[in-house]
Ligand binder design. Structure first.
Ligand SMILES: CC(C)(COP(=O)(O)OP(=O)(O)OC[C@H]1O[C@@H](n2cnc3c(N)ncnc32)[C@H](O)[C@@H]1OP(=O)(O)O)[C@@H](O)C(=O)NCCC(=O)NCCS
Length: 292
């Protein structure tokens, strides 16, 4: 008798987080649509290992991880799948059930959003359940096969001693940032941080003026920038461009094939800054949202 192999959703414990990170790393292939990256889990890790594990969901069949999701806030699930199961009907049906039924412990009732790669079958199915397209985001990509231009300013690779300064520049870059030195240390203890570089750009007076974190997914794979910002008192002087060039160069040194980033299309300053550092916009993507 043949029995159907059920898809099982679970929340990893702290020790199981690496499996999700490794799966996400494996799934980063050049040319794939924008998708959840190991660096996204690495950045979330600032909230601690327990909080990160609690925010992750995995879906597996026969022991194999097919999909990984990150609850990036209470009402947003960012999810991606192994490349070969993007159109797998059983997986997509199961995801729809888990995302639409609050009892499954993924998303609550009411207004919620899902980010998934544009080629995922889930994208075709959720609109049948009343989900609608959300605000447009612009993914940008910089190819790393050619040498990266010199940023023209002093770039510092930040270690634990300089974490307070990096945290201060991030707080001065993002209006609602709650980032602290403690969060930096929590993040740096996570396994994804082994493949990350934390950079600061300095101006001619040696003020720390812009910050970026880059996350490699391994040689020959796309790397991610998350987050990136210029101190609000130092904008409009090319420091954003400089720190993005430094980010691209750091990823290139780690063997990344390209550098990726995604920002709301409404953040015209960010899009312009990435473009000025050689990133090329790709077609806009949108979350799917279930209205309240
Ligand atoms: C986006 C941000 C990094 C720009 O930093 P910056 O140091 O002022 O940028 P630069 O001076 O290097 O500008 C780079 C290019 O972008 C353009 N630009 C920067 N801000 C702009 C804006 N608000 N509107 C239009 N163009 C803008 C500049 O004119 C420049 O263009 P050019 O190279 O063609 O001359 C900064 O505004 C910031 O930190 N914002 C908040 C954090 C954020 O949104 N980060 C990105 C999240 S994904």
């Amino acid at each position: 008798m043949i029995t159907a192999v059920a898809i099982v959703m679970s929340t990893p414990d702290v020790n199981g987080l690496d499996e999700a990170v490794d799966a996400l790393g494996e799934w980063q292939v050049e040319g794939a649509p924008m998708q959840l990256h190991p660096g996204d889990l690495g950045w979330y890790r600032r909230f601690g290992a327990e909080a990160t594990a609690a925010a992750v969901r995995t879906w597996r069949r026969d022991g194999r991880v097919l999909a990984v999701g990150l609850l990036d806030g209470p009402d947003l699930l960012r999810v991606t799948t192994a490349p070969d199961v993007r159109r797998d009907a059983e997986l997509a049906d199961r995801l729809v059930e888990d995302l639409t039924d609050a009892g499954r412990g993924v998303l609550p009732d009411g207004r919620v959003s899902v980010e998934a790669p544009v080629d995922a079958l889930l994208q075709d199915l959720l609109p049948d359940h009343g989900w609608v397209a959300g605000e447009p985001w612009t993914p940008l990509r910089r190819d790393l096969s050619a040498p990266v231009e010199d940023p023209g300013v002093r770039i510092e690779v930040v270690g634990p001693e300089r974490a307070p300064l990096w945290a201060a520049v991030i707080r001065a870059s993002f209006d609602r940032s709650t980032f602290t030195e403690q969060r930096w240390h929590a993040m740096a203890q996570g396994s994804p941080y082994r493949d990350a570089r934390c950079l600061l750009a300095h101006d001619t007076r040696d003020n720390a003026v812009a910050a970026v974190l880059v996350w490699s997914a391994g040689p020959g794979k796309p790397g991610l920038l998350e987050p990136m910002g210029t101190h609000r008192d130092h904008r409009g002087h090319g420091h954003g461009k400089a720190v993005n060039l430094a980010a691209a160069a750091a990823l290139q040194r780690m063997g990344s094939s390209s550098a990726l980033v995604c920002t709301p299309s409404s953040n015209v300053g960010a899009v312009a800054t990435y473009r000025s550092a050689g990133f090329r916009p790709r077609p806009e993507v949108r979350d799917l949202t279930r209205p309240a």
